[in-house]
Design a protein around this ligand. Structure first.
Ligand SMILES: Nc1ncnc2c1ncn2[C@@H]1O[C@H](COP(=O)(O)OP(=O)(O)OP(=O)(O)O)[C@@H](O)[C@H]1O
Ligand SMILES: [Mg+2]
Length: 294
């Protein structure tokens, strides 16, 4: 039995001659929110699809909650919930009917349907046909379906994409509540602030490889640009400029301002996760990948 909720070692996936996941390794601890970030086409969804046993892979090992994937996939299916990056509810029937259908399919007690409907705030919408749902409601219905069997590990692939701030907040709060209940969450997102706020640790993928993996705090400390916002007098006027604390020229200019007594104020600038992301995935723009278009 592994001590981790997820352990992935040397995982590779190719489509034809193209290696889209290039031997990634990482582990996720029980009860943490783990973020999976990366530019479009980095290989995030492909990795999730391998971890939930949806697509095969040739090289590498995946262990989910102590079970090998894909050989013991039947055991992990009972413990894992998934919100895919596309809508796959039955459109013509209502949210409630969808949930009843999946509950019957997975031997879930009917009483649980009311519980999840209320957990994701769908009580007043439960009798709407899925084809008539807004994106936010549809996303909550997908989450409700994923939570029906009380999974111990929940995969969410871009759950807040294209949602308004209220709907996105509601889903983020749900994710935090799940963590509060001890559920392990594996989340992909393109929203850096969301990843920063929610994730205990995160991996950044680029062109099929993991290029950084740590807590948001450590990533910002280790990869972020150290800088200072400096207010000083220049040509008889007060001005503010950013100075990199890693650039010799900037440091020399800063020293000159300090020694001449022109300095008014100085604030250290914390790096943002977006800066870290841009820095560690920067090489993609120089590669020949098919995904390099903006
Ligand atoms: N079924 C498939 N057949 C061929 N290539 C595929 C298939 N699925 C994915 N790919 C390719 O694999 C690469 C990784 O795709 P993937 O969907 O995993 O990226 P992603 O990181 O989830 O991107 P996004 O942020 O846009 O969701 C891309 O180049 C994609 O075109
Ligand atoms: Mg994806």
């Amino acid at each position: 039995m592994t001590n981790y909720a997820i352990e992935v070692n040397g995982l590779e996936k190719s489509y034809g001659q193209t290696r889209v996941v290039k031997g990634i390794s990482f582990s996720v601890q029980h009860g943490e929110i783990f973020g999976f970030l990366g530019p479009n086409g980095a290989g995030k969804t492909t990795s999730i699809r391998m971890m939930i046993g949806e697509i095969p892979f040739k090289n590498g090992h995946i262990n989910i909650l102590g079970y090998d994937v894909p050989s013991q996939i039947a055991s992990t299916r009972k413990l894992v919930g998934v919100v895919p990056d596309y809508q796959n509810l039955y459109d013509r029937i209502t949210i409630r009917q969808n949930l009843e259908f999946f509950a019957a399919l997975n031997n879930v007690d009917k009483a649980r349907i009311d519980e999840v409907i209320s957990e994701v705030f769908l009580v007043e919408h439960q009798n709407k046909a899925c084809k008539d749902l807004s994106r936010g409601l549809r996303q909550r219905a997908l989450i409700a379906r994923g939570l029906l069997h009380k999974p111990r590990l929940f995969f969410l692939d871009e759950p807040t994409s294209a949602l308004d701030p209220h709907s996105a907040r509601l889903i983020r709060d749900l994710v935090l509540k799940l963590k509060g209940n001890g559920t392990t969450v594996f989340l992909t997102t393109h929203y850096m602030e969301e990843a920063d706020q929610l994730c205990d640790r995160l991996a950044i993928m680029n062109l099929g490889e993991i290029v950084a993996c740590d807590s948001p705090e450590n990533l910002k400390k280790n990869y972020g640009r150290r800088a200072a916002a400096v207010e000083f007098v220049e040509n008889d006027a007060v001005t503010t400029k950013d100075f990199s604390l890693e650039d010799k020229g900037d440091l020399a200019s800063l020293a000159k301002i300090v020694s001449s007594g022109q300095l008014h104020k100085i604030h250290s600038q914390e790096a943002t996760l977006e800066e870290v992301f841009m820095r560690v995935t920067g090489a993609r723009w120089k590669s020949n990948s098919e995904e390099t278009e903006a």
